[in-house]
Write a protein that binds this ligand. Sequence first.
Ligand SMILES: Cc1cn([C@H]2C[C@H](O)[C@@H](COP(=O)(O)OP(=O)(O)OP(=O)(O)O)O2)c(=O)[nH]c1=O
Length: 197
Amino acid sequence: MRDSSSLYLASRSPRRAELLDQIGVPHQPVESEVDEAPRAGEPPASYVERLARDKAMAGAGVLGLPDGRGTLVLGADTAIELDGAILGKPQDPGGARRHLTALSGQEHEVLSAVAISDGHTTESRLSRTRVRMRALEADEIEAYIETGEPMDKAGAYAIQGRGAVFVERITGSYSAVMGLPLYETDQLLRRFGAGAF
Ligand SMILES: Cc1cn([C@H]2C[C@H](O)[C@@H](COP(=O)(O)OP(=O)(O)OP(=O)(O)O)O2)c(=O)[nH]c1=O
């Protein structure tokens, strides 16, 4: 990454910080708030990309960008699309049970967007990954909910955690399913002169 630029991560997700660490991109957090309510009739892909952009722009607003020093802010959003509907993070164990029951034995799509803003320009990319989940028994769903892992995860499972045993195959990007599509992230960073290499 270019020495002169600094990257802020507008995210409370520890996974996104870990994924940026994985590609050796230094970053620091910025706190910002966005309204995550979907708009009426908004297609899932548009929703996810809009939220990633809103998170990046909100972070840029908090930092008072552009600052003339090339400071960048990254925002991201991940949701699951099943039969045209969005499955986000479950609100409670009942919501986790509904998500996991719906995903059981089905193929779904993980929509994961990343956006980078310098306070003047905001660029975004969307990654789509197909995930096939094996059929889940009701008692496995209950045991998985007991672990607490589903609660802050889109679709109520974590591919990087114990939920891995439910994932038969993926076609697309593992990092995108985990919360940040790293290929697209680097492509965007490069556009701002701040790629991983
Ligand atoms: C499908 C899946 C999602 N997830 C996570 C990634 C995201 O953190 C979360 C989706 O919620 P998001 O609303 O995208 O992100 P967040 O609320 O965790 O963080 P922030 O808005 O502050 O950036 O689900 C996994 O960790 N593993 C998975 O396999």
